[in-house]
Structures are given as C-alpha cells and as structure tokens.
Design a protein around this ligand. Sequence first.
Ligand code: ADE
Length: 245
Amino acid sequence: MRIDIITLFPEVCSAVLNESIIGRAQKSGALKIVFHQLRDYAFDKHKRVDDTPYGGGMGMVLKAEPIALCFEAICDQLGERPHFVYMSPQGRVLNQQLLKDTAQKYKNVCILCGHYEGIDERVLESLIDEEVSIGDYVLTGGELPACVYADALCRMIPGVLSDDSCFTEESHYSGLLEYPQYTKPSSWRGMEVPQVLLSGHHKNIEDWRRYQSIKRTKEKRPDMYKIAEISQEERDKIDNKIEYK
Ligand code: ADE
C-alpha cells in the first residue's frame, strides 16, 4: 500500500511514521508513505492556504484550490485515484473493522489533515471519499488523527508486522480483547505467572488464553462481549463463573 498525507506539518507526521515498526516496514518496501506540504500548492499571488469564512465567524478555513492541486498531483504520480480520506471529528468513528475493510479494499490511500476551522465544504463535496474521526473529541488539527489512522492501517498490511498472526490474535481484531501476557521472571514481587503458561502444554495454553480473552472482554468491554463470536458453551462457562481448571 502507498499512503499519501497532505498536511501543513509534514514533519509532525514523518516524525511518527518514519520510526519503529512503520519506519522499518517502509524501508523493507512493504509500504510507502509520502508526506506533502500543502503550502507547496498555494499558487495565488499571496500563496495562501487559508482564508476567512464567508458569512463571518471565528478562525480560518483551508482553501479548496491548494488541496485540489495537491490531490491531483498525487493522482498523476500514482497514475490512478487513491481513496481520499479527510480526518474530521464529523467522520465515522475509527474501529478495527473499518481498518480491516480499508486495508483489503484499497491499494492507495490519501489522507488530508484539516486545520483551523476546517476546509472549504466544496472539497468534501467533490473530492473526499470518506471522513474518519478517531473519537468523539476535538483536536486542534488532523495530524495526530492522521498518524493514528495511518499507523493502525499499516499494521493491517501483510509484511508490516513480523508475523500475520500478530494482528489476527490481538485485541479487537477478533472482536475480543487480548489475553494477559507475562514475561520473565516467573515470580515478581510475590506475584506468580499462571502455572499453565509454564507447563509447555500448547493445547491447555490455547484454552486458557481463549478463556481469559472472553472473561476480560465481558469484564472490561460488555458492549463487545454482547456481540462477540463466542459459542454458547463458552458463554455459559463465563456467565456461570466456571473458572479455568
Ligand atoms: N480533527 C480534529 N479532531 C479530530 C478527531 N477527533 N478525529 C479526526 N480528526 C480530527
């Protein structure tokens, strides 16, 4: 996948996305992220990317033309139109399902970061395919949301994580929270690692992890527990508080 990010602060996004796992995945060629400075596409005589809102009111609005020119330049580079996402608190709230669908459906995704009071509505009408929010709260700009979205999306691309089972087993992917994890030492400040994890018995470990995942989901996220894919037998066990043997 290639991800293009249009922003007034490319260095904010690149500082996050060129490091660690996502940075390594870019170096390995599993994905490519390109950062675009919106100001480079302000060609009017004042080189302005924003202006005051028609009708009056507070703040500034990002102008349509620089956004359109930047997006068109990206389309030319790619030779096709990427899926165009605008980070906005008015968008669909991000979750793992949305990420799964996007990673499967699109080869190229372009992300627009808003700033100030928003963007000219005509960009939304004519260019944007989808608005995505990272939660019901408002940030000062779209850079942090774009980093969150791009990071979570990249993790779903085969070859980005060292082993595909990493993301299929973890919290949210399967609709369940992840089971508890422990590392050395087996005894720490009087607290022991559950015996089954030290047993080397793979089937018992798998059963214990599944049981813990379901139990935690019920305790911490009852909303997810209600709709999770769990057999009736498993639900009965948890609901009747039958502890793992
Ligand atoms: N821009 C400002 N707040 C946002 C949010 N919650 N999600 C996505 N983009 C935003």
